[in-house]
Design a protein around this ligand. Structure first.
Ligand code: NAD
Ligand code: FE2
Length: 393
């Protein structure tokens, strides 16, 4: 085995743990946070769940709340200007993957200067100006424990993967009670993102025994609880399981990798502004069908683990049930096709070769069990558009 493991120095996990934010900062000698969040968190008052316990400890935090979904380099630059204008000793990221990724990118850009594009893979973004303490409010991207951030180049319409220790939070507070207010659509999209992280980490060419253990644990939790969390937002057991699964899946892929679904998903997000988990969901059945022949045993284990196949299904039946089960899950969660989302066929077709090129350039498809060429990626995008299986296998 050949593996490097990276994780936050401390992760405090449990209902109500956000109340410990001040004592967590104190453990690291930190007391001057800039809280990074989004406009909804600020206007809805949800950010008070983080600000109140800080204030009770005598810390009146400044707040940067101008982050946007699927954050851009321009937003990161605006955040860096705020960061550099103040006397902060850490960033507290409070929100979904978008504010957390923004905070990470701010820390990296403020350390090295230049443009966000300068840090895109294969560059190693190992240095951060300030530590990030991440508090996720979706379950989720796992960004609270990954060594990645994803930032869109607003001019080039490219969602850039930025990787390195500079993107790894110092600590995370993982409190499932923060997810009760997540609406069903976002619960579904973020939950499928987590499931995709676990599945891709497990079938990745970079999988190792550590990432396998976390990915398998995450698949079980997400497979058993995603539908319930979607239908019953206040179901504590389902919300807790989804948060735990999301974090485990984040640790899994951060120490293995994501693969073809994520490689193809980022260009859809960049060009058509489809939320990240939703573009993953659109791709997941077709990409799984394409990839299964290269690792049927791994996909069969994943099918049984996530509950989409029965424990005693032989491999061939298990993988068939996996693809069918992912399609059924999409129907149940109301995942739209690209056309139903509002994308025009002409726009979709016009971008296909550029999207395939950007997918390949991200490096993620090279980790897939079956490594596609550009023509195969275009064929998969076409399949996702028409909804027709590429082959009947
Ligand atoms: N860094 C990584 O390792 C990693 C991994 C996967 C995805 N990502 C990135 O994360 C971003 C997506 O993050 P996301 O899926 O968490 O969505 P998000 O952060 O964009 O949030 C989606 C929406 O949900 C709302 N929301 C968040 N928490 C809420 C709550 N508790 N109650 C009510 N509403 C809430 C937000 O205000 C927003 O409108 C994408 O940019 C994606 O590329 C990063
Ligand atoms: Fe993801």
């Amino acid at each position: 085995m050949d593996a490097i493991l990276a994780a936050p120095r401390l992760m405090q996990v449990g209902g109500g743990s956000v109340k410990q934010v001040a004592s967590l900062l104190a453990k690291f000698g930190l007391s001057r946070p800039l809280v990074v969040t989004d406009p909804f968190m600020a206007s809805s008052g949800l950010v008070r769940r983080c600000l109140d316990p800080l204030e009770q400890a005598g810390i009146v935090a400044s707040v940067f709340s101008d982050t946007i979904p699927e954050p851009t380099d321009m937003v990161v630059e605006a955040g860096v200007a705020v960061l550099l204008a103040g006397d902060f000793d850490c960033l507290v990221a409070f929100g979904g993957g978008s504010p957390i990724d923004t905070a990470k990118a701010m820390a990296v850009l403020a350390a090295g200067g230049g443009k966000m594009r300068d840090y895109k893979v294969p560059v190693q973004a190992d240095t951060a100006r300030l530590p990030v303490i991440a508090i996720p409010t979706t379950a989720g991207t796992g960004s609270e424990c990954t060594r990645f951030t994803v930032i869109t180049d607003a001019h080039a319409d490219e969602k850039m993967l930025i990787a390195g220790l500079g993107c790894l939070p110092l600590a995370a507070l993982v409190d499932y009670e923060l997810t009760y207010s997540v609406p069903p659509r976002t619960t579904a999209d973020t939950g499928v993102d987590s499931l995709t992280h676990a599945l891709e980490a497990y079938v990745s060419r970079r999988a190792n025994p550590f990432s396998d253990a976390l990915a398998l644990a995450a698949m079980r939790l997400i497979g058993e609880n995603l539908r319930t969390a979607f239908r019953e937002p206040r179901n504590a057991a389902a919300r807790e399981a989804m948060m735990l699964g999301a974090t485990q899946a984040g640790l899994a892929f951060s120490n293995s990798s994501v693969a073809l679904v994520h490689g193809m998903s980022r260009p859809i997000g960049a060009h058509f502004h489809v939320p990240h988990g939703l573009s993953n969901a659109m791709l997941l059945p077709a990409v799984t069908r394409f990839s299964v022949p290269a690792a049927p045993d791994r996909y069969a284990v994943a099918a049984r683990q996530s509950g989409l196949a029965a424990a005693d299904d032989p491999d061939d039946r298990a993988v068939a049930r996996l693809v069918a089960g992912l399609e059924a899950l999409n129907r149940e969660l109301g995942v739209p096709t690209p056309a139903e989302f509002g994308i025009s066929e002409a726009d979709w077709k016009a971008k296909l070769s550029l999207m395939a090129e950007q997918a390949l350039a991200s490096g993620s498809p090279a980790n897939n069990p079956r490594v596609p060429d550009a023509a195969e990626i275009v064929a998969l995008y076409n399949e996702v558009w028409t909804g027709a299986p590429r082959n009947a296998g």
